[in-house]
Every structure is written in structure tokens, then in C-alpha cells.
Write a new protein. Structure first.
Length: 568
């Protein structure tokens, strides 16, 4: 039998790193990687060792090399001509596109690197490359690509891609706010000064409009449906402004549908003014398909951002953004061009999907293995989050972490994620992955999770609500800013303040303590779904009445200011 010294060296370094000796691991692996530059497995371990030794820049560079080598090896296995991709940029771009469309963004990013190096240059390709990086958690790299997109192919839509990844980086809310203002200055400056003659509300109904490319066929449906179905037609008139009318089926008959997808911003604003809307709500924000630039034309006396958006739009003509009370944090006002309006315990109701299975006991009672879980987008796994979750796993030697999202079927993303945890001494095999599921399969997946872990500084949204609605406790961190406190609203909304941690140390201590006593964890789990059902998320009518009252107050404030100026 031939002794494989390379494999033995990697195995020795692995054990040294997992035992806490990152320096020995680095010194062992560096000559191995120098001698075998194509051994991506050794490079993954060297990246973990360097990161574990605090050599972040070196570690990130080696991790990138590991991803590249791994990605090219997988691409070859799947039939791609890697040598052709090195010289034919269009061919490489085509393979990268196929991989991205197949939910393999990390593999796609490797091929986009080849495409760009081989001379491929296009707006579509650059956006796809940025998204591939973003979807694998490489937010700063995505920002750099999108910055180049903005400078090379300036447009409203291209610039909007630059906004989202800013929330995933250090000092994200401030950087995001600056970028949103820059977008608005270019693409949504104040245009014209329409005069409104909307009469006082006494003796008439408030007229509310909601704007989104689609409300019935998008991720906002679970949040907007309770509102639209609970609006009091005796007190308010409701108008929807989607891109197309045919997407908006199933709404109450008293709701008017006004498609604006074929209208220019100035035309859409004029149509809304003709409808004499009192309060116009943008439900989409800077996501693709949004109509924020239309709000610069002042389509209604009062304009607010809500539901799909808790950050600033950057528009000086957006009057309000709606937040739950627990999102309040020092310094919030300076990050907004709008006034933040607080809505109470939650900032939106939530209706869970139909077909939820009955509550399930915590699975560790039967298995003896504690499963921590996160169904969040990979971009939300910040370095601080990985470090904290690794500490939790080390405090629970028989535990595992389940990461479920559509992109986690990507083998390169899987291995790179494991490498990040290995830097903190966690065996790769304790990080397990699951891809996208829908319907009963998605809902039943929560039965495998003992304790869901909320990332920070970008917490979960819909996934957190889904977990709570299915009876799974979600541990969240009260971060320093409004965005990192989204999960606090969810935990308090089910009446379980013990699920809120005040620091990362507190977060780790709570997670370890909660899962140390399985019977106690099961007792807490038994409170989650009843708390959700009895809490403000499910008080659809009560919340909607509160929202209607808030909109009336917003309109009354506008009218008071208008009268003071002598224009109403």
C-alpha cells in the first residue's frame, strides 16, 4: 500500500485546527498547497486555518482559490470545456448563466470570473456576476461589481442592484442610506409641485392606494392579504396599482385594480392623482420591478413605504416608513429621508400558508441530537453570525446545524460554508444542507429543527415568521440598528421575550442553555405556536384598524400643513 503523504498532512492539519491549533495547521498546509496548487481540498483547510489564526486577508484569498479549483473540477465533471472557457468569454458566460439558473451561484461565480478574464463584457453578464457573488455571501465583492455596473451602464435599475448588498456589510445601514440618497438624487429628483384639493375626511371615506408589480403573486402576499381582506369598505376605499391587472385575482370585490405597468412614471402619477388617492403606499421598494421614481412626481398628498421595505427609499418625497416599536434604535432618524412611523408590536400582520402540519414535539426528544436551523439566504451568514453559531455548536458537541435555502444545493457554496465554520473548530460534517422545497415539504421541514437561529446584522423576515407559525422557537439578537432588530419584533410578537438576546455572548449562552434541557426546550416550543396564533401577527382586523387610523392621522397632518400654507 502506498502511503499518501499529502492526505496524511491534510488529515494532521485538520485535527490540529479542530483541536484549536491554527498555527500548526497553517504551517503544515502551506507547503502542501504550494506543491499541489490544484488540490482544492487542501486549500479549503488552509483557508480555514488562516482564518482561524486571525489572518483574514490571506484566508479569504486562499478560500477564493479553493472555490475556484473546486468549481472548475465540478464544471469539468458536469461536461463543461474548462479550457475553452478560459479563452472564449461568451462560452464561459453561457455556462455561468446555466449554473446560476440552476441555483448554483458559487459555481456560476467561478465561471463568470473566467468569462470576464476572457473578455466577456455585458450589462446582463455583469449583473449576473454580481448576483452570483451576492447569493453566496460575498457582499463586498458584489458591491464592487455592481459599482462597476453603475459606472459603465448607468440606469435606474442597474443602480438599484447596488443597494441591497450594503445591508450585509459592516456599517451597512449607513452605507445603504447614502447609496439610496444617491440613487434618488439621480433617478427620482422632485419633479413638479402638484396641488391637491383632497377634502377633509369628515363625511367621506379615506382613499388608500398600494403600489407593487404584483401583490397576489409575490412574497408580499402573506403580509398584504390580511390587510386587504380586513379593510373596512365603509371607512376606506382601496386601490391597487400593479403592473398588470390579470395578476391580481381573488381580492375583495370592493378593491379597485388600476394597472400601471405600461405607463411612464409621469403618466402613472397622473392616473393616481385622478383617482384622488389620499395615502399612497409603496409595497416594493428598490426591488426589481418597483416604481419608486413615480413617487418623485408626488402622486398623492401622503406617500409611505411599507411591507417589503423597512429601510429608507432615499426619496425626499416619500413621507413615511412604517416600523414596529421594537425596531427603534439610536441614530435611526438620520438614516431616513422619511419620518419613521411606529405601528406597535408588529409592523405587519402575517398569514401562514395553508396546510400547516399540527405542532410537532422538539425532535431531539426522539433523536437525542439537537438540530439548530436557519432557512435564511446565504448572504445573511455574516462572519459574526458564523462565529456565534460555531460557538453554539462547540457548546453542544452532539448538535448539528441545518442550513436550508435554494442555493445550498451548490457543492462549492456548501464546502466554502463548512470551511468558514471549520475556522472556528467545527467539524464540516456537522453543517448539513437542504435545498428549496414548497408546499407540505417546506412546512414539514420545520419539524426537523429544535431551535432556529436568526442571523445578524441581517435577520430573517418571512422565514422567521414561517418558523414561528410552525411552532419552532427562533433565537434572535437585538442589534445596534433598526434593521438588525427585525427579529426582535417577531419574538416579542409571539410573547416570548426570552428568545431575544442582548449581545452575541448572551445569544450563545441562551442557545446552549435552551438546548441543554430538552424537556424545557419542548415546553418552550409548546408555547410558540399558541403565542403566534394569539398574538398581533394574527390579529388581522385589529392591526388593519390601527393602520387605517394611522393613515387618517397622516392625511390629517398633511391637510393641516396644507391649510397653513393656504393651499387646501
Amino acid at each position: 500500500m502506498t502511503f499518501d503523504i499529502t492526505a496524511a498532512s491534510v488529515a494532521f492539519a485538520r485535527e490540529a485546527l479542530l483541536a484549536g491549533d491554527a498555527v500548526v495547521a497553517v504551517n503544515t498546509l502551506k507547503p502542501v498547497c504550494a506543491k499541489h496548487p490544484d488540490n482544492f481540498g487542501a486549500h479549503y483547510w488552509l483557508a480555514s486555518a488562516l482564518l482561524g489564526a486571525g489572518r483574514k486577508d490571506e484566508g479569504e484569498a486562499v478560500l477564493d482559490a479553493a472555490r475556484r479549483g473546486h468549481g472548475l473540477a465540478v464544471a469539468r465533471e458536469w461536461g463543461a470545456d474548462v479550457e475553452k472557457a478560459r479563452t472564449d468569454g461568451d462560452y464561459a458566460a453561457n455556462i455561468a448563466t446555466q449554473l446560476y439558473q440552476g441555483d448554483r451561484p458559487a459555481l456560476s461565480a467561478v465561471l463568470w470570473d473566467l468569462a470576464v478574464a476572457a473578455g466577456h463584457r455585458s450589462l446582463t453578464g455583469a449583473v449576473a456576476q454580481g448576483l452570483a457573488l451576492q447569493h453566496t455571501g460575498r457582499a463586498e465583492e458584489a458591491i464592487a461589481v455592481f459599482r462597476d455596473v453603475v459606472e459603465t451602464w448607468p440606469s435606474s435599475r442597474a443602480h438599484q442592484f447596488l443597494l441591497y448588498p450594503h445591508f450585509m456589510v459592516e456599517d451597512g445601514p449607513r452605507r445603504y442610506a447614502a447609496e439610496a440618497r444617491a440613487w434618488a438624487k439621480i433617478y427620482a429628483p422632485e419633479l413638479g409641485e402638484p396641488v391637491f384639493d383632497n377634502p377633509p375626511l369628515a363625511g367621506r371615506r379615506l382613499r388608500i392606494g398600494y403600489v407593487a408589480p404584483t401583490l397576489a403573486g409575490s412574497q408580499v402576499r402573506q403580509f398584504i392579504t390580511p390587510i386587504l381582506e380586513s379593510h373596512d369598505p365603509a371607512a376606506v376605499e382601496v386601490f391597487l396599482y400593479p403592473a398588470k391587472a390579470e395578476t391580481e385575482t381573488g381580492w375583495p370585490k370592493h378593491i379597485a385594480i388600476r394597472p400601471i405597468g405600461d405607463l411612464a412614471d409621469v403618466e402613472a402619477a397622473a392616473l393616481i392623482r385622478d383617482d384622488r388617492i389620499d395615502v399612497l403606499i409603496d409595497c416594493w421598494g428598490h426591488s426589481v420591478g418597483g416604481r419608486l421614481a413615480m413617487f418623485a412626481h408626488r402622486a398623492a398628498p401622503v406617500q409611505a413605504a411599507w411591507i417589503n421595505f423597512v429601510q429608507t427609499t432615499g426619496l425626499t418625497r416619500m413621507d413615511y416608513v412604517l416600523h414596529c416599536d421594537s425596531a427603534a434604535a439610536p441614530g435611526t432618524a438620520e438614516l431616513f429621508t422619511e419620518q419613521v412611523w411606529h405601528t406597535g408590536e408588529v409592523f405587519i400582520p402575517y398569514r401562514p400558508p395553508e396546510g400547516r402540519p399540527p405542532p410537532h414535539p422538539t425532535p431531539a426528544l426522539a433523536s437525542g441530537v439537537v438540530t439548530f436551523g436557519s432557512f435564511n439566504h446565504p448572504v445573511k451568514l455574516s462572519d459574526a453570525t458564523v462565529a456565534a453559531w460555531a460557538r453554539i455548536l462547540k457548546g453542544h458537541p452532539n448538535g448539528r446545524l441545518l442550513l436550508k435555502y435554494r442555493y445550498f444545493i451548490d457543492p462549492v457554496l456548501q464546502r466554502a460554508t463548512q470551511a468558514r465554520f471549520a475556522a472556528h473548530g467545527v467539524v464540516p460534517e456537522r453543517i448539513v444542507f437542504a435545498g428549496h422545497t414548497t408546499g407540505p415539504d417546506y412546512l414539514n421541514a420545520f419539524a426537523a429543527v429544535d431551535l432556529a437561529l436568526d442571523p445578524s446584522p441581517a435577520p430573517g423576515g418571512t422565514t422567521t415568521c414561517d418558523a414561528l407559525a410552525n411552532g419552532v422557537p427562533v433565537l434572535t439578537l437585538r442589534g445596534p440598528d433598526f434593521y438588525s432588530r427585525i427579529g426582535v419584533c417577531a419574538a416579542l410578537g409571539v410573547g416570548l421575550p426570552e428568545l431575544v438576546a442582548e449581545s452575541w455572548d448572551d445569544y450563545v449562552e441562551k442557545a446552549v442553555a435552551m438546548t441543554a434541557d430538552i424537556a424545557a426546550l419542548n415546553a418552550m416550543r409548546a408555547k410558540v405556536r399558541p403565542g403566534f396564533e394569539a398574538g398581533p401577527f394574527r390579529d388581522e382586523v385589529g392591526f388593519t384598524r390601527g393602520a387605517e387610523a394611522a393613515f387618517r392621522e397622516m392625511f390629517d397632518r398633511w391637510q393641516g400643513r396644507a391649510k397653513a400654507r393656504g393651499v387646501a
